[in-house]
Structures are given as C-alpha cells and as structure tokens.
Ligand binder design. Structure first.
Ligand SMILES: C[S@@+](CC[C@H](N)C(=O)[O-])C[C@H]1O[C@@H](n2cnc3c(N)ncnc32)[C@H](O)[C@@H]1O
Length: 371
C-alpha cells in the first residue's frame, strides 16, 4: 500500500439510508494548513503547489468556473462521452465542475481529487460524487484497489502544478477504458496577445513562447506592457520550479505523444479589454480574428471580458505571492505592488490584450499503436 493511498481521505460517509450525512474531514492533519503572508496554503505535500486554499481563492475559483462556463457555452466537456459511468476530475479545487457533472449525469460515479479538502459540504450531498485528498503526481493506485477504469479523466487549470506531464498523461491513459475512455484538459494560455488594426489590417501580435520576441512587429506600448512582464514572470517561474505555466500550448502534442488518438483542440478568445470599444460587436473587425477561433461566441464577448477581468482581479495575488517570494526573491510588498499596478492597468483599459482558453481532448484507442 503506498503512502499516498493511506493518506487518501473520504470526504463523506453515508449511513445506509443515504439520508443522513456526516463529513469526516475535520481535525485531519490534511487540514493543518500553512499560513504565509496572510494567505492559507495546503498541508498535504506542503509547498508543492503555488496557490492559496483560503476563502479568497474559493471565490476566485467560482469566478473562474463562471467564466469557463460562459466561454464554453455551458458545455461541461467536449469529449463524446454521452453516458459516462466513471469520471475522474484531477485537482478538482472546491469541486464546482465535478458537482455540475454529477448533477448532469446521475448515473455516473464522479471522483474529484485534490491536495486540499476544499469542497463545499453542500456538494457532498450527492450520492454519486466523492472527493479524496490525493496527489495526482504520485503513482495512481486505483486499479490496485480494484476500482473501475474511467471513461473520462478531466483536468482544468493545473498550470504550474505538474513537473512531469508525460507521466500524468500516461497514468490517465492506463486508467481509461480502451476504445471508450477520453482525457480532456482545459487551460488558459498565459501568452498575451495584442489586437491591432493597422490601416485595413486586423491581426494580433504575441510573445513567442520560448523566446523574447514577437510573431510580428509589436507596437512599443505592447512590448512594454505589464502583461509582457507577467509573461516573463511566468517564464521565470517555470524555469525555477521546473513546472511549466505554459501547458496550454504544449498539451495537445503531449497528449498525442502519450498514445491518445483523435486528439482535438479548441481555442477561445479571452479579451481583457472592453470589447465594445474593440472588436465586438462590429462583425467586420471580429471576423478575421474570430475566424481563427472555434465556434466563437461573439455575442458574449463583452460579458466574457468583464468576467475575465474579474478572473484577474480575484486571482492575481494568489498567482504571484507564493512563487515570487519563495522562488524569485521578491518581498510580499513587491508582489502586492505589482498586483496593484496591474489592477490600475486593467481599470485604465488602455491595452487591447487578450489571452486564449484552450481545450484539448483525446481518446484511448482500443489497441495501442493501431489507429
Ligand atoms: C487553479 S485550481 C483549479 C481548480 C479546478 N480544477 C477548477 O478548474 O475549478 C488548481 C487546483 O489543483 C490542485 N492541485 C495542484 N497540484 C495538485 C496535485 N499535484 N494533485 C492534486 N491536486 C493538485 C490545487 O490544490 C488546486 O485546488
């Protein structure tokens, strides 16, 4: 039995009738949380994840869930699994996606795992939803425990959290039903893109992923933008922690290399600027940009921009505080000043910057190596 299996804690125990419920996660060493610069962090595998696990972060996760639901037009997943039976949500956070799936598919058993037992007690009322404290980077022991193979493994927003993505995808592959099971991952690409109109031309400039350059001649104010500083910050974090913040732009090929077939990718625009002054709703300017995007919900752009700004405003301090002070030699005050400066830029709305939400899904083939 592995150590991490021993530490796995069921979030809930049902009495026989399923009518009375009690949780048994309180007073657990897994909740001996750590406090740093007035934010709370996970205890299990302490220090391995950059994000706080406090109320402020729970609120940020709610904003994020609403934003993604809006962008993906209420679709919980794209993989063609009409009637899932066993679903795994890795790094489930407070469990919003998992609880939505458990409601939509009462016939399915949903398992959400996380380093922190953060899920809201209301979610655990569902008889088909279970949460466990687990580290997805450890060796998975589900099959040793006699559990069923999954027909959907879902991952969302694990940027900067995983050292060895190949191993994670391989484990997911081995735990999916051959010929039936799908993996699906949703991530925000942290590469900033700047929309421009030059004469008749409409396009976008963006940072090269690995280098310092741009894909075309960027306006000076764009290359000096605070969002380029964020980009360089995340590049440095990736180097210093050995965990990439740019998995959104790598996952399609890594998932394909892990042996999945029929791998598909959808990209959605996440504007940070007020789109009513930029690209929407004037179709002439949207078409050449949005043409690159899958099934793009143009009419929702302004709303998406508002929620994406909320995503930044509620998330920034949590994104930066631990990594900058632990790995980059910043003080907490420097981190907070950077957040305040970014908030100012967001309020000024002077930059036509946008990011992308990337969805990748692929199927475990019936026979390996045969497609
Ligand atoms: C940014 S939050 C995303 C939460 C959720 N997936 C969502 O999209 O709403 C990342 C979550 O992954 C969890 N996490 C990070 N590293 C993990 C690991 N190695 N094993 C399990 N969970 C992990 C964190 O504790 C956190 O709750």
């Amino acid at each position: 039995m592995t150590a991490h299996r021993l530490e796995r804690v069921p979030a809930i125990i049902y009495r026989e009738s399923h009518t009375a419920i009690r949780t048994n996660v309180l007073a657990s060493p897994l909740q001996a949380y750590k406090y740093e610069n007035n934010r709370r962090y996970h205890a299990y595998r302490e220090g391995s994840y950059w994000g706080p696990n406090d109320e402020q972060d729970a609120y940020h996760q709610k904003v994020a869930h609403h934003l993604f639901t809006l962008v993906l037009q209420d679709r919980l997943y794209f993989a063609p699994v009409a009637q899932p039976h066993h679903v795994l949500d890795i790094g489930t956070g407070i469990g919003l996606w998992a609880s939505n799936v458990s409601d939509a598919h009462p016939q399915a058993q949903i398992l959400g795992t996380d380093l922190s037992p953060l899920w809201h007690p209301d979610f655990t009322i569902r008889p088909n939803l279970t949460f466990e404290v687990d580290d997805c980077c450890s060796n998975w022991t589900y099959l040793d425990e006699g559990r069923e193979l999954f027909d959907l493994v879902h991952i969302r927003c694990l940027y900067g959290s995983v050292k060895d993505w190949r191993k994670l995808y391989q484990q997911a592959f081995e735990h999916l039903e051959p010929g039936k099971g799908w993996i699906e991952q949703v991530e925000v690409s942290l590469v900033p893109r700047f929309l421009y109109t030059r004469g008749d031309a409409v396009g976008s400039d963006f940072c090269h992923k690995e280098g310092k350059g741009w894909d075309s001649t960027a306006a000076d104010h764009d290359s000096n933008s605070i969002f380029v500083t964020w980009y360089r910050f995340w590049q440095e974090c990736s180097k210093r922690t050995g965990k990439t913040w740019f998995v959104a732009d790598q996952m399609a090929s890594l998932i394909y290399e892990a042996g999945f077939e029929d791998v598909r990718q959808e990209r959605y625009m996440l504007p940070l600027f007020d789109s009513s002054e930029g690209i929407a709703p004037t179709a002439t300017t949207t078409s050449s940009i949005c043409g690159e995007y899958s099934d793009y919900p143009v009419t929702r752009l302004a709303e998406i921009a508002r929620w994406f700004r909320q995503f930044w405003e509620t998330g920034m301090e949590g994104w930066i505080l631990a990594v900058s002070t632990r790995y980059m030699g910043w003080t907490a005050n420097e981190a907070k000043e950077f957040v305040a400066k970014t908030n100012q830029v967001l309020a000024e709305q002077s930059s036509r910057v946008y990011y992308e939400l990337v969805v990748v899904y692929g199927q475990r083939p019936l026979l390996e190596g045969v497609s």
